[in-house]
Design a protein around this ligand. Structure first.
Ligand SMILES: [Fe+2]
Length: 183
């Protein structure tokens, strides 16, 4: 189930707000400039399936987003707990960082925890299959795929070569929640 949890950025135990209501999640994220949508899930899409199958299943919505924001490229990332580099892949985005372009993800299957740091608050968004989230360029955030990652995600890029993480050097991510196993 998709959930959001909001904390002051200096008080990781002081939960200010939480809900699993889609409209409220969407509204809270919209308030900080984050696009959040839910698209119908397609249970046949699972880790290991062909990227072309995933792209074909959501072709209309993919093109709509590209036109809305001018994204130039789309790809599919698929990961499961048998991946030999899962620990390194998880570690890569666990610390606070930014990108010079939007980070746009649609979860066709599985789950992940996006945490955004904006306006003195921390927004933990537990995304599951059917969720689209767009983290705006230059917004500090981190991402946890968990110790046993499992997801299929569509990614949009303005410039795939330029999509690199700029780490802020803050250890704030260590103070907040990681993806809960079997969540
Ligand atoms: Fe990122």
């Amino acid at each position: 189930m998709t959930t959001i949890r909001i904390y002051p950025d200096n008080a990781p135990t002081n939960l200010l707000f939480t809900t699993d209501d889609s409209q409220k999640i969407r509204q809270r994220l919209q308030d900080i400039g984050v696009q959040f949508e839910q698209w119908p899930t397609q249970p046949e899409l699972q880790p290991g399936c062909a990227p072309e199958q995933v792209l074909a299943a959501y072709q209309d919505d993919i093109e709509r987003l590209q036109q809305q924001h001018g994204y130039q490229a789309v790809d599919v990332i698929s990961l499961d707990a048998n991946h030999p580099d899962k620990a390194a892949l998880r570690q890569k985005f666990l610390s606070e960082h930014t990108h010079s372009e939007d980070e746009v993800r649609f979860f066709a299957a599985g789950e992940g925890l996006f945490t955004l740091h904006q306006d003195g608050k921390v927004y933990e968004v537990h995304c599951v299959a059917g969720d689209l989230i767009s983290v705006p360029a230059n917004t500090p955030h981190w991402f946890d795929m968990g110790p046993h990652p499992r997801f299929v995600a569509i990614r949009w890029f303005t410039n795939p070569e330029g999509w690199v993480a700029q780490f802020t050097g803050s250890d704030i991510a260590n103070l907040f929640n990681r993806l809960e196993e079997n969540a």
